[in-house]
Ligand binder design. Structure first.
Ligand SMILES: [Zn+2]
Ligand SMILES: [Zn+2]
Length: 290
């Protein structure tokens, strides 16, 4: 008795074998979806262009001045080992830009039980700009300031991506040189800088474009054996991250968001009355609740 493909109903034959419960074409289509990693994350040094790859920093000379080389290598290494796929090779790899972010387009060829296939995969490319140990040392300092970017109430994913790309790719070089690390943390983005002035400049830059409510804190840290203390500055930027129509709770009262502006939002209260609130009103109302 011959078997059938559970997806397209094709009958099993010599030229059309059934793998588990699928014909070859359906098998390639379904099992081939996750062959290539969805996200590729690399760290690059914003000063010298070195990249951190598999735990080791490589200078541009070492990776051949083309970031595609280590990326292809990485993808090749991470291609999912799936039982019936064989001879998988990367035919072409391109890095493309879209809405200020980057993605990788990988054309992969391979075989499933002798049948050749060719598929194009799209992976998002997360580039973290940081300073490599050599450049950090050359700058002679360690992190002096952190800019914490948080949402109000919390950063939504879309805004987080946008801000991340903005900081990684669009900030003026005069600020970027001092960025030692950009890190996505649980509730936002932390940017570590080797200059307090650059941290203020970065906060200004973000605030000009996205608004936000700012708070500061200083922390004294004993840095070396001589007991010398230094201070680290943290600038917290709360960016309004709500959309019209959303329900929010401020100071224990429920509201519906009517409209959102850079520096304030208009809310509708329980009685249908419009109330305008500034960032600091909202921030204080939220903090009180916690
Ligand atoms: Zn089928
Ligand atoms: Zn470097």
């Amino acid at each position: 008795m011959s078997r059938f493909c559970a997806r397209c109903g094709a009958t099993e034959s010599k030229t059309n074998p059934i793998l588990t419960y699928l014909c070859i074409d359906c098998y390639i289509r379904e099992k081939g979806i996750n062959l290539v990693p969805e996200i590729v994350a690399i760290k690059t040094c914003s000063r010298c262009g070195s990249i951190k790859f598999e735990g080791k920093w490589l200078t541009p000379d070492e990776y051949g001045n083309d970031v595609k080389v280590p990326i292809s290598y990485h993808i090749q290494e991470n291609i999912e080992k799936s039982s019936h796929f064989s001879e998988i090779e990367i035919e072409k790899l391109q890095i493309k830009e879209e809405l200020g972010g980057y993605y990788i387009e990988t054309t992969v060829t391979g075989k499933v039980l002798g049948r050749v296939f060719r598929k194009i995969y799209r992976s998002s490319l997360k580039i973290t700009r940081t300073l490599c140990p050599t450049c950090l040392k050359a700058q002679g300092k360690s992190y002096d300031a952190t800019v914490q970017i948080r949402g109000l109430p919390r950063l939504n994913r879309k805004l987080e991506d946008k801000l991340y790309n903005e900081i990684a790719n669009n900030v003026p070089d005069i600020i970027r040189t001092f960025i030692a690390e950009i890190e996505i943390v649980r509730n936002g983005i932390d940017v570590k800088l080797t200059s307090k002035e650059a941290a203020y400049a970065l906060a200004d830059y973000i605030q000009r474009k996205y608004g936000g409510y700012r708070t500061y804190s200083d922390e004294s840290i004993k840095r070396d054996r001589s007991g010398k203390t230094v201070s680290k500055k943290t600038i917290s930027l709360r960016i309004l991250s709500v959309e019209p129509g959303e329900y929010i709770n401020i100071d224990g009262k429920p509201y519906i968001v009517d409209s959102v502006y850079r520096d304030r939002i208009v809310l509708i209260d329980r009685d249908g009355k419009k109330v305008s609130m500034s960032h600091s009103d909202i921030y204080k109302g939220w903090s009180k609740k916690k």
